[in-house]
Design a protein around this ligand. Structure first.
Ligand code: SF4
Length: 87
């Protein structure tokens, strides 16, 4: 079963629950909130994914949060190096 069951294809996207959804953008690739409908992927949270990336990162992107966590793992190391230098 698709997340977008009952959706219909329209020009440039799909119509779902009264809203027109635009396909996800390149930055959305890998996000768990994206779901497929008839060969294209759409965001299950936002009708226009492009807008979520217009001013930086999408705040709901699951794949971007993972990258942030990886960064956080690196930081304690930097902190301990600083401590070792006596700062
Ligand atoms: S939640 Fe954000 S990153 Fe994920 S598919 Fe939707 S718009 Fe794209």
């Amino acid at each position: 079963m698709s997340q977008f069951d009952g959706a219909t294809k329209v020009d440039g996207g799909i119509k779902f629950k009264g809203m027109t959804l635009k396909p996800i953008v390149e930055q959305c690739e890998g996000c768990a909130k994206a779901a497929e409908f008839e060969g294209d992927k759409y965001c299950t949270l936002y009708p226009v994914p492009e807008k979520k990336w217009a001013n930086g990162k999408c705040n709901s992107a699951t794949h971007v949060k993972i990258a942030v966590e990886e960064q956080a793992k690196v930081n304690p190391l930097k902190a301990s190096k600083r401590a070792a230098r006596g700062r």
